[in-house]
Design a protein around this ligand. Structure first.
Ligand code: SF4
Length: 289
């Protein structure tokens, strides 16, 4: 496969073929995100993608999952996406799950009919980064979205019958907005009612504006106690929805996973135990992105 730059995928795509369709992220302004800072956004050449599919047909013939990288493949025109999905079907007929990262902007660029068309062609899962449900936090990280605009994008994915996975990022409000960030993010997640929620914990990166703000003291990073409180407050808001809940990413202080509503009380209890020191946290040096 011919990859350009860092190719990133969600943890649940570990067994998927990764087909790079775009390079980088067309927005690339979020102050915490260093994923694609070093690459210029570009659509990959269709012949290069076809060659990668031929390679996958030869060497990954038993795989049944495919992840389309990089940051926002949905930004492609509908015509080009249709060509891509038909090509995947032709070369990799065993694939039964196609996933991608979709930011709210790119999702809103598709009509309900277009999303349904993509679903019928095989798009089965979209990973969307909410990051925060608090507009003050979203403004501070230059997400270019509000809670409302992201709820609208999430609703259109759900209405198209596509599995929706939403990511939130603990610590993003710093110390000053910690509680508000957690509570409002929990409320927005409950309103979005995604099929899966993935909660990550902020690790500032040197190549980002947020990383520089931490070094200069402009942004005060919440410590483990405050992060645990955020996790508790966020999860506490998640009532009335059925979904998978994952807070077991490598960045976490406290690995947690379960199904809501079944495991909610047990998960809340586990966080409380950690807050009381009865459960050991992941040591700082073992956390990673
Ligand atoms: S968080 Fe997502 S939308 Fe923001 S810059 Fe990174 S890849 Fe792009």
């Amino acid at each position: 496969m011919q990859y350009v730059g860092n190719v990133i995928r969600p943890p649940s795509e570990a067994d998927s073929i990764i087909l790079q369709v775009t390079v980088g992220c067309s927005y690339n302004k979020c102050t915490f995100c260093g994923a694609y800072k070093d690459v210029r956004f570009a659509l990959k050449d269709e012949e290069a993608i076809r060659q990668d599919l031929l390679f996958a047909r030869r060497y990954c013939r038993n795989a049944n999952r495919l992840f389309l990288a990089d940051g926002d493949v949905l930004i492609l025109s509908q015509k080009r996406l249709i060509r891509l999905f038909l090509l995947i079907r032709e070369h990799l007929p065993r694939i039964n799950r196609i996933s991608l990262y979709g930011n709210a902007r790119a999702i809103r660029g598709k009509s309900a009919a277009q999303l349904s068309e993509l679903k019928s062609l095989g798009l089965s899962r979209v990973y969307m980064g909410l990051e925060s449900g608090c507009d003050l936090v979203l403004g501070s990280i230059d997400k270019g979205e509000t809670a409302k605009s992201q709820c609208a994008a999430a609703a259109s994915i759900r209405q198209a019958g596509i599995f929706l996975s939403i990511t939130a990022l603990l610590g993003l409000g710093g110390v000053s907005l910690s509680e508000r960030h957690a509570v409002e993010t929990g409320k927005v997640l409950a309103a979005m009612a995604p099929h899966q929620i993935a909660v990550l914990t902020l690790i500032p990166l040197e190549n980002t504006q947020l990383g520089r703000d931490v070094l200069s003291g402009k942004f005060v990073l919440p410590g483990p106690d405050l992060i645990l409180q955020e996790l508790y407050l966020l999860l506490y808001q998640l009532t009335g929805i059925r979904c998978q809940f994952h807070a077991n990413h490598a960045s976490t202080y406290l690995p947690l996973a379960g199904r809501l509503p079944k495991d909610r009380d047990e998960l809340l209890k586990r966080i409380q135990q950690a807050m009381n020191g009865a459960v050991a946290l992941v040591p700082e040096q073992r956390r990673a992105l």
